[in-house]
Every structure is written in C-alpha cells, then in structure tokens.
Design a protein around this ligand. Structure first.
Ligand code: CA
Ligand code: CA
Length: 127
C-alpha cells in the first residue's frame, strides 16, 4: 500500500511540475476499487408520519445531504464516491429530536447493502 501511495505521490509531483492542477490526490488510491453509491431504495421508513430525511455519513463526514424518502421510493444518486473498507452509516434526520441511526455497514465492494435499524429498511446500491 505504501509503495502505491509513494508511486502516486511521485506521479502527482510530476503532473504538478508540468503546470497542471494537482487534482491527482482525488484519484483512487489503489486503482482497483473506485466504488460509488448509485442508488437508494426505501422499503420502509423510520418516521411514522411523513417522509424520512436520509443522509449518509462516512468517518463522521456527511457525504450525501438529506434526501426525502417514502416507502417504495427508489432513487438514483449522483454517483457519490466511497472508498472500499470504509463504514457507511445511514442517518435519518429529525428535529428537534436527535437524528436516527439506521445502521452502519463496512463497504467491501460493489453490491447491495441493507440498513434495517430502528424499524426502517433501506437498500444502498454500490457500483
Ligand atoms: Ca426519525
Ligand atoms: Ca425524520
């Protein structure tokens, strides 16, 4: 892993010395697992009345701002990158009550991940 990072760092230096914007840091660090969150389906909401306000968190950082879901909603998400091995937490916003944690899953590859805590049920598709 460290040798890969070193190679990328060298590549980044090479690119920036050519006068290009140093955006290489945003590239996938391993080149093999460029995962994206592509879709969220709501089978059951957490809130009893009205739509859920679903947002996604990785490492304490919100990676997707709140989107409303009601049961049966199946929404395309604008390809949010997520690094393999990270833990994805699905949150449901409430106010003035505390937000609800609907589950946390380690993302190990492409596929469907089910989040079923607090009586809700969401499927997050990763591709
Ligand atoms: Ca709630
Ligand atoms: Ca709510």
């Amino acid at each position: 892993m460290s040798s890969v990072i070193r190679v990328l760092a060298v590549a980044a230096l090479g690119v920036s010395s050519m006068g290009l914007a140093p955006v290489v840091a945003q590239a996938s660090t391993d080149g093999t697992q460029a995962l994206k969150i592509t879709r969220i389906k709501c089978h059951a909401t957490e809130d009893n009345t009205g739509a859920d306000d679903i947002y996604l968190v990785v490492d304490g950082t919100v990676i997707m701002n709140s989107i409303q879901f009601t049961a049966g909603d199946d929404k395309d998400i604008a390809d949010i990158p997520i690094e393999a091995g990270k833990v994805l937490t699905v949150m449901e916003g409430d106010w003035p009550d505390d937000d609800d944690n609907l589950g946390a899953k380690r993302i190990n590859g492409a596929g469907n991940y089910e989040f079923t805590d607090d009586g809700a049920h969401y499927t997050v598709s990763i591709g």
